[in-house]
Design a protein. Structure first.
Length: 332
């Protein structure tokens, strides 16, 4: 299979590409290599893919929110399916830079839909986010819940992506699967995410910011489990059979949660990090941040039922794996 992966230099995108290459697929990866976080990390991920894939991996640097550039760069490329993971990430950053999110996440998503439509791809899998649930107080979060009250622009753009995808599934019968990811962590992760920030601070003896005075819960999901879910979705496009799919659509469009189905208390996560780093954390207790939510918790019944997805990595296993990689990557 030939797969186009957007955000191929990103955390999830590069991890997915590595899994696809390992099973013999051909991967075309695109990414604009922006400087939202150090480009050196993105280039290191790409180097890993080039080494693993050889001639079966091709990287193209481009901004997929530029439709002309997207079409021109891919005019001679063939691919059967698309996994659209590229986006402007980060909840808090969306408050400071709203236009970047609309351009990358809404215009960019529309461009990929148009590309998929005109190329008649077999299936497009795309990244949504658990942030679409907003301040939902019904736990765990189900794909059948209403998601009409986002707390950040980032969440609003992801909800908009789901709506546009539903439209294209209706108008053009384009098979699609949207994935609401829950707090992904693990080796080769992002420097703007909690696990990296806390590990860096603890090892350096610096204070770590603890929002809502530690009364926070997250469904932490290890990268290997996430990728297993993405691959299962990629291999199983929703049928155009007028039957209701996960998320409620009767078009060829399914929406799944991908999480660990376990909401961990932030202070427990800090405790595991302390044990692995070999020192106590200095805590800076802070109020809740604007746009943030207190708790996330994934109901994964739909993806378990339809695709046999079963996360297998606890934080007691996943956090040591991340810390070990972090030390190795930084030569510590």
């Amino acid at each position: 299979m030939r797969v186009l992966v957007t955000g191929a230099a990103g955390f999830i995108g590069s991890s997915l590409a590595l899994r696809l290459l390992a099973r013999g697929d051909h991967v075309i990866g695109i990414d604009n290599l922006n400087d939202y976080y150090p480009v050196s990390l993105k280039k290191a991920r790409l180097a890993r893919l080039q080494q693993a894939g050889g001639d079966t991996f091709k990287f193209i640097k481009l901004d997929f929110s530029d439709m002309q550039a997207l079409e021109n760069s891919l005019s001679d490329e063939e691919f059967d399916r698309i996994v659209h993971l590229g986006a402007q990430a980060g909840v808090r950053y969306s408050i400071e830079n709203p236009h970047a999110y609309v351009q990358a996440n809404i215009v960019g998503h529309l461009n990929l839909l148009e590309l998929a439509r005109h190329r008649a791809v077999e299936h497009m899998v795309y990244a949504s986010s658990s942030s679409v649930y907003g301040g939902n107080d019904q736990l765990p979060f189900s794909v059948d819940d209403r998601v009409d009250h986002p707390l950040s622009l980032y969440a609003a753009t992801k909800k908009a992506d789901e709506l546009m995808s539903e439209t294209y599934a209706h108008l053009y019968r384009l098979p699609q699967t949207g994935l609401r990811f829950f707090t992904v962590y693990g080796p080769w992760g992002r420097p703007d995410m909690m696990m990296w920030i806390f590990t860096k601070a603890i090892l350096a003896g610096e204070k770590i910011p603890v929002f809502n005075h530690g009364n926070m819960f997250r469904d932490f999901t290890y990268i290997d489990d996430i990728i297993s879910g993405v691959v299962a979705c990629l291999d199983n496009p929703p049928a155009d059979d007028n039957l209701a799919k996960a998320g409620g659509s009767v078009k060829p469009h399914a929406i799944y949660n991908i999480g660990n189905h376990k909401s961990e208390h932030l202070m427990k996560v800090i405790s595991v990090l302390e044990d692995e780093c070999g020192r106590k954390a200095e805590l800076e207790m802070l109020p809740m941040q604007q746009g943030d939510v207190q708790r996330t918790y994934a109901d994964i019944d739909a993806i378990q039922r339809d695709l046999g997805y079963q996360p297998a990595t606890s934080i007691e296993t996943g956090i040591p794996s991340f810390v070990s990689w972090y030390k190795s990557y930084h030569g510590l």
